[in-house]
Design a protein around this ligand. Sequence first.
Ligand SMILES: *Cc1c(COP(=O)(O)O)cnc(C)c1O
Length: 384
Amino acid sequence: MTNSKTVWQNPAEIIRETQPENPVLVFAPTVLQERARTFLEGFPGLVTYAVKSNPEEAVIQNLVTAGVQGFDVASPAEIDLIGRLAPRAARHYHNPVRSQSEIRQAVDAKIRAWSVDSMSELEKLLAHVPTEVDGEGVEISPRFKLPVLGAVYDFGSKFGAGPEYAAEMLKLVADRGYIPSLTFHPGTQCTDPIAWESYIKVAREICDMAGVRARRLNVGGGFPSHRVVGVEPDLASIFAEIGDTVAEAFGDDAPLLVCEPGRGLCADAYALITRVKAVRDGAAVFLNDGVYGGLAELPIIGNIDRIEVFDPQGNPRQGPPVGRVIFGPTCDSVDRLPGELSLPEDIAEGDYVIFQGAGAYSVVTNTRFNGFGALGHATVMSLA
Ligand SMILES: *Cc1c(COP(=O)(O)O)cnc(C)c1O
């Protein structure tokens, strides 16, 4: 965006005043800070932000301002980013597979919390990671998995050890003088708290098998954002279920809790403004953004249907909804949104389609494939 005005009222004002040719990701810091407070006040433990979901500096800064004191980082670059933007915050290096060089960089950066899901990778940590950093203990958390329940897609297919194996690692971690903790990640966009319940119960069994009391239990990310009309994320009941299940399973031995939301924190603080390039023969809609850009996730986890359509003057289209096939701008046939989306019948070339809740896994996965992907950024007071 070339306009010098830095904070807009809302996405409609951006459309009215600038008629952007390229897609624009619109960020509402107040919405992000409010969501951060919902987590900080509601979650019964430490809230850390999964940086990978949206590593924009403005996001990190607003989270710090709101009071977030920990970050889940997965690479030396993310470790450095948080070291620079939030030097006092905790950094949990929770990518369970790391090269020797990555381990050395993280040790140099004084990382004090690690996760692991195999003996081969644990051996690497035992060989290179000290048990204390600046007089404080270093935590290693075996990551365990269960057959998936409730998530939109299955993270367990890549990471996580079975419960017995996790127990073996937990015991070794404790025997070698590290702080023994446990971690899991139930998958992403889990709208049902059941996803956490079974994991928490199994965490207790792992501690019993290992004969080790876990200092902390990290219940992962997976908290839902508002993707679908009428299905609002019910974070309060998820927080309550997590707290209740931990109390029930562990009683007086309850570990301290940590969560690492990505999407649940950042997604709803953004909207994506796209433009209609063509309505081909009056049917399929071609947008200037698609699955190689800000909508990368949709084929994997499903459409966002919180959509508004505006004419170029910034007035909402009011026509009755009609199902349309939506294509992105590239010449690749996979550049298509899943199924159909309902759009106003009177949608026309040059109109704008706004996707609400588009802040997660969008800015950061945008590519320049086929010469598209020049993404504008704008800040707004409000997304509505
Ligand atoms: C990606 C990831 C997260 C964040 O997941 P969301 O579904 O965005 O909340 C949290 N923890 C780990 C280990 C991850 O890999």
